[in-house]
Design a protein around this ligand. Structure first.
Ligand code: ZN
Length: 189
């Protein structure tokens, strides 16, 4: 909705960035497997599109700006076992991608007017079901593919970063309060 009144910017907390940090620690270890042209054509034809000619968001039918992980990469602060490969990627618009987040695509689509009320909804759900069957991607226990030491060290790093962020918050609060107290506009001096 358009704004016609003053609105205070939301105060930023250092700890409010924790989930971005977690996403980075997960995404930072997820390999990206480049699809072949043939795979891209096959993927798009299952979705009822022609690769390189016309793509639209698999969720709402809008303009495509990115490829979204159909099955989420991150859940409960850990990798789900799905990676970045064509069978787990679908063309999407940024709005749907951000709104869906780490949720299951079907539950999210059903609960979202943005997708449910757009023409072609039923067809898009069916296409996505076919895509899932085509992909038949199963989650892999990624921790089993690397040394236990490396895996443990990575999650210890993650924990350390979050701990430092948490420890930094009270000091940031103090500094902000001190600046607020001592701040004088230039025309008051
Ligand atoms: Zn969309």
């Amino acid at each position: 909705m358009a704004l016609h009144r003053f609105s205070m910017p939301t105060p930023v907390k250092i700890t409010g960035r924790s989930s971005s940090i977690t996403n980075s620690f997960v995404n930072g270890i997820i390999p990206v497997i480049e699809p072949t042209h043939k795979e891209l054509e096959e993927a798009c034809s299952i979705l009822g599109m022609e690769y390189g000619v016309a793509l639209h968001c698999v969720y709402c039918g809008g303009d495509v700006t990115e490829w979204d992980h159909l099955r989420p990469i991150v859940k409960n602060q850990r990798p789900t076992g799905y990676i970045s490969e064509i069978r787990n990627l679908v063309p999407a618009c940024g709005t749907c991608n951000q709104s869906k987040g780490n949720r299951d695509w079907r539950a999210w689509m059903e609960g979202k007017e943005r997708t449910r009320l757009r023409p072609g909804y039923e067809d898009r759900v069916l296409r996505l079901e076919h895509y899932e069957q085509w992909g038949n991607v199963q989650p892999v226990d990624l921790s089993k593919l690397v040394s236990a030491d490396a895996w443990t060290a990575h999650w210890e790093n993650w924990r350390r970063v979050l701990d430092v962020m948490k420890e930094s918050q009270p000091l940031a609060d103090q500094i902000r309060e001190a600046i607020r107290r001592n701040y004088r506009r230039q025309d008051d001096l």
